[in-house]
Ligand binder design. Structure first.
Ligand SMILES: *Cc1c(COP(=O)(O)O)cnc(C)c1O
Length: 222
């Protein structure tokens, strides 16, 4: 797995150097959702402290085994009724996409949670996320909430998309972020985009967080 980590870090660096739109610093999140707690511990021991989970049970089963220094990212869609179980254990939520979820977090969290607004850039029916033109109003609505700390935007490219389309979706998310910043939403700085198959494109288009599972930790699965 160390080999995969080095390879991915190298690709990220190269993408940063070759693209003028790339971010100065890119955070690698190891998506450990398919791993057992023991396998996940191996990931942390390889020096990857930012871990991504997408199910409450997965996250909760790993908390006690992993070092306190682990930074937990919740990357899947979160059911409102599950908020109370997970919210105080996570550092970042990548899938804030509705007011009912924001209100439940406001009610249940005992400290602010860094949140990405999930955006459905491709317009695919099956994808979660707000339409790009709904994001500004949503940010205004969550503005008064003290437990929601909006830090950026998250998107996923459709599974079957070709490189040129994927690049288009990622650059649209960057442009939306830039436009929101111009409209005074100064806290919306981060872009969570890029997975095993498309992280190089994502970094070239300005990703500041990439979420990588298969290509990084896949070899740990039996
Ligand atoms: C599973 C998952 C990833 C990682 O996917 P890989 O293709 O295994 O790298 C990233 N983001 C989200 C939201 C996921 O659910």
């Amino acid at each position: 797995m160390l080999e995969q980590k080095q390879q991915i870090e190298y690709v990220i660096q190269e993408a940063q150097q070759t693209s003028s739109k790339s971010a100065k610093s890119v955070r690698l999140i190891a998506v450990t959702k398919t791993l057992t707690p023991d396998q996940t511990l191996q990931v942390a021991e390889a020096g990857l402290l930012h871990l991504g989970e997408n199910r409450p049970e997965g996250l909760l089963s790993k908390l006690s085994l992993l070092p306190d220094s682990t930074v937990w990212h919740y990357i899947g869609s979160l059911q409102t009724r599950k908020v109370k179980e997970v919210i105080d254990h996570i550092d970042y939520l990548h899938s804030l996409d509705r007011m009912s979820l924001a209100s439940e977090i406001e009610k249940r969290a005992s400290r602010p949670v860094k949140c990405f607004i999930q955006v459905n850039v491709s317009g695919e029916q099956s994808k979660h996320g707000l339409a790009p033109d709904e994001v500004k109003t949503f940010l205004e609505r969550i503005g008064p909430l003290t437990k929601i700390q909006p830090i950026g935007l998250m998107t996923m490219a459709p599974f079957e998309a070709k490189e040129k389309e994927i690049r288009g979706y990622f650059s649209s998310l960057r442009e939306l972020r830039d436009s929101l910043q111009h409209q005074g939403f100064d806290d919306i700085k981060e872009l969570s985009m890029g997975m095993s198959e498309d992280y190089q494109i994502a970094v070239e288009e300005g990703a500041t967080f990439v979420r990588i599972g298969t290509a990084l930790v896949g070899s740990l699965r039996e």
